[in-house]
Ligand binder design. Sequence first.
Ligand SMILES: Cc1ncc(COP(=O)(O)O)c(C=O)c1O
Length: 416
Amino acid sequence: MNISNTKLDIDFVRSQFPAFNDPLCKEWSFFENAGGSYVPQHVIKKLNEFMTSTKVQPYAEYPMSKIAGDNMDKATEFFAEMINAKNKEIIIGGSTSINLYVLSNALKYSLKPGDEVIVTNQDHEANISPWRRLSEVGAVIKEWKINSDNGELQIEDLDNLLTNKTKIVAVTHCSNIVGSVNNLKKISELAHNKNAIVIGDGVSYAPHGFPDVKELGVDFYTFSLYKTYGPHLALLYGKEEILKKLPNQNHYFLEGSYPYTINPGGPNHEELVSLIGIYEYMMEFYDHHFDNNNYTTREKINNVNNLFASHEAEIANPLLEFIHKKNNLRLIGKNQITNKNRAPTISFISKEKSSKKISQILVENKIATRNDNFYAWRCLDALGINTEDGVIRISLTHYNSMKEVEKLINILDKKI
Ligand SMILES: Cc1ncc(COP(=O)(O)O)c(C=O)c1O
């Protein structure tokens, strides 16, 4: 099959997600992927199987326990393959917020007073606060500010902030408000020229395509698995050569056992095993759309990503254009997706109605979305938007259809 001509089969995709046939959900258009996504049947099946037959303490010699442990390892291996990392570079924790908090605690020992840490005001607070707190050990915090007209982070501004004292750059791969995809590869190159490390927040990026962390060149990269069609867990990738040197945050006798050194408490077992279901879904998606079986997992993921991206651009661009042109609305971020420059995470406010009012109207019409600041307080502040009322966020993903988007445009046109 010619890859460039392949179109995403939306009926196939939606048939994989039991929610879209569930009596409670099936009438609704679910536009809240950046908040959390529904899960494919593979994930539910794996969770169910674990809870039914292997819900015991893993890694003992009896079969149920052995299978539980093997499946936990398998889940980690599959995710390592999908994002081009090594197994020992993958940490599965409870959330991105906790993973970054633990990481910042570990990294603080490598800083001395006067060292510099760069954070942005585009990020979700989860990738700001843990790094700002490093001022407690004498770090100087510098803010890479967005352009307040368009919400974008400009790379020249980072270049001006970087010095020989910069040790950490914490930046989002994709803003959960503005939707822009930041050039993490370039950011990593610039930071590495100064021997600084980069912590990339991929929470709003990964649902639209699992990253190749080696290609990005980042030192740490995090995303929340409950937004990538899984349970409420989060993945943290760390470069092995850095991870192995980080001070242990776990029990003293686990000294040296990275990556567990950065994962106190460890992952939730049943949820970890259910991640195998995400891998199975991605592979089934690939097999449904493509013929070539000789590809590596990562190559297959690349093709899946491209198909997600072309479908998402096809359904998001009419909505972006509509909001951009509608006089009483203010669109945040770019008004078109071209070349994966933007995620289909679309925020706007009205010049006439509160965001809360608009969200109520949308919900009355069975559009599942909300108004909020989405914990990107600093970003909203810089854009001059009330952080209480926030923005309306329409967050599309590959399982949304053109029909759903047309319905939304129609409601926005008639009622907003
Ligand atoms: C861009 C971004 N980063 C970080 C987070 C925090 O993730 P978690 O809820 O897993 O702590 C979120 C959550 O919405 C987010 O959207």
